[in-house]
Design a protein around this ligand. Structure first.
Ligand code: S3P
Length: 450
């Protein structure tokens, strides 16, 4: 169910080879940041390739509520007339961020150092997710927050009238937390510093530099240290959003497990802070190649080619790689179920607080479909059934989580019997063309009667 809709039960029936080209949509992380940074600049930012999924559309609406003019022309080009750093207006209604943790957390950061009040809410998934990870650091700037018990949404934030710059060590590996602090730092005088033990996705730093802010990144004994000079005038940009490696993961992994498949997924951003899944798949023995390697807009880009790989082996995934593939563990567990041997995934407790508890959601649905899974608080292991060995035949709960719904649809493509999900509606949050795209490659996805 999307934040506004009724459940859409779906099933995926074992299918023949997947072949052809998969043109996946724009990157979700970069799309949110394009809208938010565009709204904080003075003048017109022009964005093409924006992901038009529910999450990003909710962020576009939110930026309008804070006073930016955001329009889309018929050709799909988005224009954002920003209000400048510190220029956000006070919204006159509640900001509904739907399913999007990235949207709400980045926007809370972006408004925290401006003297306005805003109230945020979301769907049942988002309203269950922890927000103290944002309200703790923005309190250091001088912002106040009033939420439900446990720091949950709905929540009202009162931005700081005289923001102070902050030096903050993130308590967990989270690009959302890092980004919220940097965005709050934009309207504070002096230097705001974020220190992270492990580098997380660095789109905010790269894009802030592109918009004209001064951002330094260094590796020191303390960790990965990012320093932002406050109160810049952000200059509007022309942005071509690269395609999302996290969405590419679904056709790539489907091709690896469906017999006879050969799929090309062109123009995928391979920023090293995002590409951990592809390294992991190659370690497992996947026939995955990077063609036409090049650089676009300062980011490495390649065309991915994935072919059926019947001899993949389970591995212990390097926990140091977790941040660079944090959204890809659900679909990796589907590949692991089709490999031989055990795949161990450790150092992944953040998976428990995503759109759903992703370890529990995948473990429960995989077990129902005949795959053995063991788990602890911050780890899980999947026992591979070998190529074509997953029994399937059962329904999994998607728990308002797009990546869980898509992962089980891919499981069904290579299982012995169809796999279904109670609700495929959440898929539109990040991958609105998932069904026609996968059907175009040869998948057999159906919407089932409610
Ligand atoms: C994102 C960061 C990650 C990721 C999310 C997008 C971002 O969340 O799971 O889908 O765009 O910054 P965390 O920062 O909570 O790890």
């Amino acid at each position: 169910m999307s934040s506004h809709g009724t459940p859409i039960p779906m099933s995926s029936t074992p299918c023949g080879p997947l072949t052809g080209t998969a043109e996946v949509p724009g990157d979700k992380s970069i799309s949110h940041r394009s809208l938010i940074l565009g709204a904080l600049s003075v003048g017109e930012t022009v964005v093409t390739g924006l992901l038009e999924g529910d999450d990003v559309l909710d962020t576009a609406k939110a930026m309008r509520s804070f006073g930016a003019e955001v329009t889309r022309d018929e050709g799909g080009t988005w224009r954002i007339h920003g209000v400048g750093v510190g220029g956000f207006a006070e919204p006159d209604h509640v900001i509904d961020c739907g399913n999007s943790g990235t949207g709400v957390r980045l926007i809370m950061g972006a408004m925290a150092s401006t003297p306005i009040t805003a109230t945020f809410t979301g769907d049942a998934s988002l309203n269950g997710r922890p927000m103290a990870r944002i309200t703790d650091p923005i309190a250091l700037f001088g912002a106040q927050s009033y939420g439900r018990r446990g720091g949950r949404l709905p929540m009202t934030i009162v931005g700081a009238a005289s923001p102070r710059p902050v030096r903050y060590t993130t308590p967990m590996a989270s690009a959302q937390v890092k980004s919220a602090v940097l965005l709050a730092g934009l309207n504070a005088p002096g230097e705001t510093v974020v220190i992270e033990a492990e580098a997380t996705r660095d789109h905010t730093e790269r894009m802030l530099r592109g918009f004209g802010a001064e951002v330094r990144t260094e590796q020191t004994d303390e960790g990965h240290v990012i320093t932002l000079t406050g109160q810049p005038e952000l200059k509007p940009q022309t942005i071509v959003v690269p395609r999302d490696p996290s969405s590419a993961a679904f056709p790539v992994c489907a091709a690896l497990i469906v017999p006879g498949s050969d799929v090309l997924v062109p123009n995928i951003g391979l920023n090293p802070t995002r590409a951990g899944l592809f390294t992991t798949l190659i370690e497992m023995g996947a026939d995955l190649t990077f063609e036409n390697m090049r650089e676009e807009g300062g980011e490495p880009v390649a065309d991915l080619r994935a072919r059926f790989s019947p001899d993949m082996q389970g591995i212990s995934v390097d926990p140091a790689r977790a941040a660079s593939m944090i959204d890809e563990y659900p679909i990796l567990s589907v590949v692991a179920a089709n490999a031989t041997g055990t795949t161990e995934m450790r150092g992944v407790k953040e998976l428990r607080v995503k759109e759903s508890d992703r370890i529990d959601a995948m473990a429960t649905g995989l077990r129902a479909n005949g795959v053995a899974v063991t788990e602890g608080e911050d780890w899980w292991c999947v026992e591979g059934c070998g190529a074509g060995g997953v029994p399937g035949g059962a329904m999994a709960g998607s728990r308002l989580d797009h990546r869980i719904a898509m992962s089980f649809m891919v499981l069904g493509m290579a299982a012995q019997k169809a796999v279904s999900v109670d609700d495929g509606g959440p898929i539109t949050t990040s991958f609105p063309i998932f069904e026609p795209l996968m059907a175009g490659l040869g998948a057999d996805l159906r919407r089932d009667p409610v």
